[in-house]
Design a protein around this ligand. Structure first.
Ligand SMILES: *Cc1c(COP(=O)(O)O)cnc(C)c1O
Length: 461
C-alpha cells in the first residue's frame, strides 16, 4: 500500500516483448471460429496472398503467430521511449471526492504525442512497411485519432500517408486534420470522388456524412489499386493491433508491483477493442495461468452496443464488403450509429478476440449512455485535472460506478482503468455537454440493427 500518486517506470523497464494471446485463447478455435478470416468475395479462408496486398508480411505473420511473447523490434522500442513507459496514477483525489473505500488507479495513454494509445501500433505498422520498402499507407480515420497517430508514425519513417477522414469529422474537427497535414499527410474527406466506392456512395447520396465503414472501404480500395505501392493499415480490431497495445497492460503489471496492490477489476472502453485488449489481456493471462480472479470489464456506448446488443456471428469488416469477414459481435456492417461524440466507439463490430472472450464469459461487457459518460468525465477532470477523451470517459464512468458500489457495500476493492486518451481536441463535445445540448442515447435503434442484420454473409461453418 502506498500514498503515492504516480507509479513511473524508467526507459529500461519498457517491455521487450508484446503479449500474444493466441496460444492462450481459452476457447476451441474449431468450434468458435474466432481466428477464421474469410475472403469477402468467396467467404473461404483467406490466403496470405490476399492479405499481403493489404498488410506488411510481418504484420500477417503476427496475426497467425502462436508465440506467446513477440519481440518488440528495437527501432519501435526506441520510438516508444519518446513517451513510454506511460504513468500509472492513483486517483487519490477522485477517491476522496467519491468518499469511497476503493482504490482507483488509471493508466494514462494521453501522454503520447498525439494524445492516445493508437501510436503504440502505428509505430510498429509503419516500421514493418518501411522494412518491406513500400512507399506509404492509405488508411481511414473517424474522429482523427488514428489518422494523427499514423501520420506521425509515417513522418518518423519517411513514408507517405493518405488518410480518408469521415466527412462529418473532417468538417467538425479541423484541428485533427491540421495535425495530420503538419506531419505531411494528405487528408481527404470521405466519401470522396477518389475511389470507385466513394463515387458510388456520392451518386446515391451527395450529402452523405460518411461513416467509418465507408472510409475503411475507400482506404482498402486505394491500397489495392496501388499495385503494391501502398499498404493499408487499421488502428484496431485485428489481432496484431491488439498485441501491439499490450505494452500498456505489461507496464501496468510492473507498476502494480511497485504499488504493492493488484486490481480486483480492470476496465477499458471498447470501440474496435484495441485499448481494451492492450490494457486487459496481460491481466487475463494472469487469470488464465496464475489463478488470479480479476474482473475484466469492457465499456461501450449505448448508441453503438455491439457487445451487449449485437450478434456473435460472421460479418464484413467494412460497409462495401471489401474487407475480410470475421466472427465477431456485430450490429451489421451497414449499421449507422447516431452521431455520438465518442467517434472512436462507433464501429459496427468488435475485435474477434474480444468477442470470443465475451462469448466465453472471460470478459464482462456493459453499455453506458453518453450523458452519464460526460458527467463522469467532468467529475474526473474536476478531481484529477485531466480532460478525458469522450471514448475514454466510458471507462472513467464505469470505474466511478464501481467505486460508488464499493462505498455502498463498504468494500475496499482495487479498481483500475485505462485512460486511453485526453480530450483536448474534443472540447467542442464538452461545450455541447455543458450547454445542455447533448441528448441521451440509450435508445439505439433496434429497427436499424434488424435492417443491417438482414445483410450478413451466409457462412457455412
Ligand atoms: C480510437 C480510440 C478508442 C477506441 O478504439 P479501441 O480500438 O476500441 O481502443 C478509444 N479511446 C481513444 C482515446 C481512441 O482514440
Amino acid at each position: 500500500m502506498s500514498d503515492k500518486y504516480k507509479f513511473e517506470l524508467t526507459e529500461a523497464d519498457l517491455p521487450k516483448a508484446w503479449y500474444n494471446i493466441n496460444p492462450d485463447m481459452p476457447v476451441d478455435p474449431a468450434k468458435t471460429a474466432w481466428n477464421a478470416v474469410l475472403h469477402p468475395g468467396t467467404l473461404e479462408p483467406v490466403t496470405p496472398d490476399f492479405l499481403s496486398v493489404l498488410f506488411p508480411m510481418r504484420f500477417i505473420g503476427e496475426a497467425m503467430s502462436l508465440e506467446r511473447w513477440v519481440e518488440i523490434p528495437e527501432p519501435v522500442r526506441e520510438i516508444y521511449k519518446l513517451w513510454r513507459p506511460s504513468p500509472l496514477h492513483r486517483a487519490h483525489r477522485l477517491e476522496k471526492a467519491l468518499d469511497t473505500p476503493a482504490h482507483i488507479y488509471y493508466k494514462y495513454e494521453g501522454v503520447s504525442p498525439v494524445g492516445s494509445h493508437k501510436s503504440n501500433t502505428a509505430i510498429a505498422q509503419a516500421f514493418y512497411a518501411k522494412e518491406e520498402g513500400v512507399k506509404g499507407f492509405t488508411t481511414e480515420t473517424g474522429a482523427g485519432q488514428w489518422g494523427s497517430a499514423m501520420s506521425m508514425a509515417c513522418s518518423f519513417f519517411n513514408l507517405e500517408c493518405h488518410v480518408y477522414m469521415v466527412k462529418v469529422s473532417y468538417n467538425q474537427k479541423p484541428y485533427r486534420r491540421i495535425i495530420m497535414e503538419n506531419f505531411g499527410a494528405t487528408v481527404t474527406p470521405s466519401p470522396s470522388d477518389k475511389t470507385e466506392y466513394g463515387r458510388k456512395v456520392l451518386a446515391e447520396n451527395p450529402n452523405s456524412p460518411g461513416s467509418l465503414g465507408i472510409a475503411i472501404s475507400e482506404g482498402v480500395e486505394a491500397a489495392v489499386a496501388s499495385n503494391g505501392k501502398y499498404k493499408y493499415c487499421l488502428g484496431s480490431v485485428l489481432g496484431p493491433v491488439l498485441m501491439h497495445q499490450t505494452v500498456i497492460g505489461l507496464e501496468a503489471l510492473k507498476q502494480f508491483d511497485m504499488a504493492g496492490e493488484y486490481p480486483d477489476m480492470v476496465i477499458a472502453c471498447a470501440g474496435g477493442g484495441s485499448n481494451f485488449a492492450g490494457f486487459t489481456f496481460p491481466f487475463i493471462h494472469k487469470n488464465l495461468t496464475e489463478g488470479q480472479k480479476t474482473r475484466v470489464i469492457a465499456v461501450e456506448p449505448a448508441a453503438c452496443p455491439s457487445l451487449t446488443k449485437g450478434k456473435y456471428t460472421f460479418d464484413y469488416g467494412d460497409t462495401a464488403r471489401m474487407a475480410p469477414v470475421v466472427k465477431m459481435h456485430t450490429l451489421g456492417h451497414g449499421f449507422m450509429p447516431d452521431g455520438i461524440h465518442a467517434g472512436g466507439l462507433r464501429y459496427h463490430g468488435m475485435a474477434p478476440h474480444v468477442s470470443a472472450l465475451v462469448d466465453s464469459g472471460h470478459i464482462e461487457a456493459i453499455a453506458l449512455d453518453q450523458l452519464e459518460t460526460f458527467e463522469g468525465a467532468r467529475m474526473f477532470a474536476q478531481a484529477e485535472g485531466i480532460v478525458p477523451a469522450p471514448e475514454s470517459s466510458h471507462a472513467v464512468r464505469a470505474a466511478i460506478n464501481e467505486a460508488v458500489k464499493c462505498k455502498e457495500e463498504g468494500k475496499k476493492k482495487v479498481i483500475a482503468f485505462n485512460l486511453s486518451g485526453h480530450g483536448l481536441f474534443d472540447l467542442g463535445a464538452y461545450d455541447e455537454y455543458l450547454k445542455g445540448n447533448l441528448k441521451s442515447t440509450s435508445g439505439y435503434s433496434e429497427t436499424k440493427v434488424e435492417e443491417a442484420m438482414k445483410d450478413l454473409p451466409q457462412v457455412a461453418l
